[in-house]
Design a protein around this ligand. Sequence first.
Ligand code: IPM
Ligand code: MG
Length: 407
Amino acid sequence: MAPSLQLFHTLKPLTHINRFSSTSSRPPASVRCSASAAPPSKRSYSITLLPGDGIGPEVVSVAKDVLVLAGSFEGITFEFQEMLLGGAALDATGVPMPDETLSVSKQSDAVLLGAIGGYKWDNNEKHLKPETGLLQLRSGLQVFANLRPATVFPQLVDASTLKREVAEGVDLMVVRELTGGIYFGKPRGFRTGENGQETGFNTEIYSAHEIDRIARLAFETARKRCGKLCSVDKANVLEASMLWRKIVTELAHEYPDVELSHMYVDNAAMQLIRYPKQFDTVLTNNIFGDILSDEASMITGSIGMLPSASVGASGPGLFEPIHGSAPDIAGQDKANPFATVLSAAMLLKYGLGEERAAERIEKAVLDTLNRGFRTADIYSAGTKLVGCKQIGEEILKSVESHIPAAV
Ligand code: IPM
Ligand code: MG
């Protein structure tokens, strides 16, 4: 199989998935747009860039250049507006997500984020943590669905900590609920109990509506991939999971072409390492999705390779690598920019419906890997160890030299 097919399989087109409406009982036709759909008439887009902290600015700068070049081959132009988020926003304005960042993001066509967080702000009170800013942004944009593909690139199979025969060919998509559950549930907080013990508490809570809309999106995603959906919960213990399983099960009859299974999260964590190829699309809640997507990333060799797309019923999507801000290597030109570049490809494909430009980026990433260029996290003997900037330059060369076949 040509290496490129591997990636395209995971990134099957879900054009305008961000227009997915959870209120109608039938998903709108736009969700089913195929790769052959004509590009939208609007060919100039406003993009909000949120470089954030740590390695964020380095990887976003590479992805921006790649976006501009790939777009130019398709007659697309971009207007970028850079805004503050996370620690950078805290230092400049005193809050982790300034109102202006949300309003500019909302008015744009898509948002590209680097990473947030760092040692400096680790001991801040909760409302002054960079992570709180990211959650406020996700919630403010109402991007309830987080798509996290985990694809093992044939070129990087030996970078996986799993045996070659286990890792090879893995191609799965985690659909993580992003704006509900224990991350946002109330009551939450700290209190001092009767015995004088300090107590911290949170609430895992899901309404039927929240489960319904993410489950529909997951069924649609599975339908466009291999037609297999595994819903991961803890329905043997948690009420929120019991409702989750009930609603997902009830929806299955609307998607007879999708094979639905259920798995408890502890088993899923084990199965991901034991036999990851059994998974196609995985649907899960906010906290389980956070954990399982990091685990899935390791199968692929490095978390530095994995992009994500967060989309809602309307409005712009938020596109970000799933890795963090890596403060230990920030500013040293050691960061792996592939995940952010692939997030830019997801932005084009899922956020703007610009599939041809997205394919240019995907192909350029594969070409750069084929030519042997690696950052330290994915380096293996016989390949060329280079920095973040040079990977960016090599991807640009690949974009220039590769004209994708008509889609
Ligand atoms: C992620 C991150 C975030 C999360 C943090 C930074 C708040 O781990 O995007 O997976 O927990 O969602
Ligand atoms: Mg995480």
